[in-house]
Design a protein around this ligand. Structure first.
Ligand SMILES: [Cu+2]
Length: 123
């Protein structure tokens, strides 16, 4: 009995954890690799509700004037919007023309941390 039950339980657990959705980045504004006029904020919409305490993003300038430089952190505040699944990054000052990287990390109710990054440019 036990010999049959244990592998069955493991198989069911495996299916259950695979079915539990991890947050995925659905849309981003500015979009990945886009060149945009000074954006007032960066919005990242995920497929799951986020835990605000464990979700955030860093904005880094990686180059300007056609040259690349070491990533320079841009002062910005990160907050989860009222819909519960959009992470909003608001830079303290307007973004200067240049290339930027957004490095985000989010945790949804399944408690798994997911992270990613993408780049965009400001003209
Ligand atoms: Cu720069």
């Amino acid at each position: 009995m036990r010999r049959i039950f244990l592998p069955t339980a493991i198989a069911i657990l495996g299916v259950a954890s695979a079915a539990q959705a991890h947050p995925k980045l659905v849309t981003a504004s500015p979009a990945a690799n886009a060149t945009v006029a000074k954006p007032a904020r960066v919005e990242l919409r995920f497929s799951e509700k986020l835990m605000p305490k464990f979700s955030g993003a860093d904005l880094m300038m990686t180059g300007h004037g056609g040259a690349t430089h070491a990533p320079m952190k841009v002062t910005a505040t990160a907050a989860v919007a009222g819909d519960g699944s959009t992470l909003v990054l608001t830079p303290k000052a307007p973004l200067a023309p240049g290339r930027y990287t957004v490095a985000w990390h989010v945790v949804s109710s399944d408690t798994h941390r997911v992270a990613g990054n993408y780049a965009f440019a400001v003209k």
